[in-house]
Design a protein around this ligand. Structure first.
Ligand code: C2E
Ligand code: CA
Ligand code: CA
Ligand code: CA
Length: 278
């Protein structure tokens, strides 16, 4: 290994400085993008499996960059997390989702829930709960129309701290959801203590529900959720077979490309107002 070492080190250090440079470029343009309003939310409908109606949507952020085109969150959320930009970005996401909720209400839509994704850094922010409360008031949003999605691994990173923040959020009246459930090794005792309303089965467990072990896991998560009096939603539903499986096992809601990708707010609103059913 020593003989190859020298060249390798050189290769890696050049590569690393290139990566760092890219990262800095991205950070600078991300910073500008937030100020220039290049961010947009897409809303992926959530369907009630009993009635077939759209009962909510998940807000997913997109960056419409003049230089890079449409950039997905997987490419910039981690950098926004590391640099702290996630805090202003996350505040913007919540305000924008509230704005869409207010517009839907003005169109006569009732009992509609929009969920937003939270990052670990937002949850750790000292003034997060107060800020959220102020935003809900500013947009006159009923707290239970907003749902916050927190991943299972974020919660299990420091369960005691998470429990405290979740309790404060719950007392505001917002809905809480555990995202990517099944991937983060929750202990059952914590699951019972977290004041959450919904668990979201990670899409990796829907892979091949027609056949193998995934079916057992998906079924077990649905039963677990229901035994704890939680709603259960499946994400990443792409096929008729997955939908039939979820119906058979009485999953409550589903979202996925089988029904619809994330939509601009006007398209969400016309779909909801048309009363379309699955
Ligand atoms: P997530 O919360 O697990 O979001 C679901 C992802 O799966 C979304 O990707 C969505 O477009 C995609 N998806 C939806 N239906 C299907 C399907 O049927 N099949 C497949 N294969 N994929 C489907 P997206 O929009 O690229 O978001 C990726 C991740 O970025 C999200 O994962 C979430 O963790 C994060 N994210 C998105 N928006 C925000 C945000 O506003 N704040 C924070 N902190 N994170 C966000
Ligand atoms: Ca999510
Ligand atoms: Ca998810
Ligand atoms: Ca996932």
């Amino acid at each position: 290994a020593k003989t190859m070492g020298k060249n390798n080190v050189q290769f890696y250090s050049e590569d690393l400085s290139r990566v760092v440079h890219q990262h800095l470029l991205l950070e600078a343009s991300l910073n500008r993008a937030i100020r220039n309003r290049e961010m947009a939310l897409g809303y992926q409908p959530k369907v009630d499996l009993r009635t077939g109606r759209i009962v909510g949507a998940e807000a997913l952020v997109r960056w419409h960059s003049p230089e890079r085109g449409v950039v997905g969150p997987d490419q910039f959320i981690p950098i926004a997390e590391q640099t702290g930009l996630i805090v202003p970005l996350g505040d913007w996401v919540i305000a924008e989702a509230c704005n869409t909720l207010r517009a839907l209400t003005a169109q006569g839509v009732e009992d509609f829930v929009i969920s937003v994704n939270l990052s670990a850094r937002q949850l750790r922010q000292r003034r997060f709960v107060e800020h959220l409360e102020a935003t809900l008031r500013e947009y006159s949003i009923l707290p239970n129309a907003l749902e916050l999605e927190v991943t299972e691994s974020q919660l299990m990173d420091n369960p005691a701290a998470a429990l405290e923040v979740l309790a404060r959020l719950k007392s505001l009246g917002v809905r809480l959801s555990i995202d990517d459930f099944g991937t983060g090794y929750s202990s059952l005792s914590y699951l019972q203590k977290f004041p959450v309303d919904v668990i979201k089965i990670d899409r990796s467990f829907l892979g091949d529900v027609a056949g193998d072990g995934n079916a057992v896991i998906a079924r077990t998560i649905i039963a677990l959720g229901h035994n704890l009096k939680l709603e259960v939603i499946a994400e990443g539903v792409e096929t008729q077979e997955q939908l039939a499986f979820l119906r058979d096992h009485e999953c409550d809601q589903m979202q996925g490309y089988y029904f619809s990708p994330a939509l601009p707010p006007e398209r969400l609103s016309s779909m909801v107002c048309s009363g379309v059913r699955m």
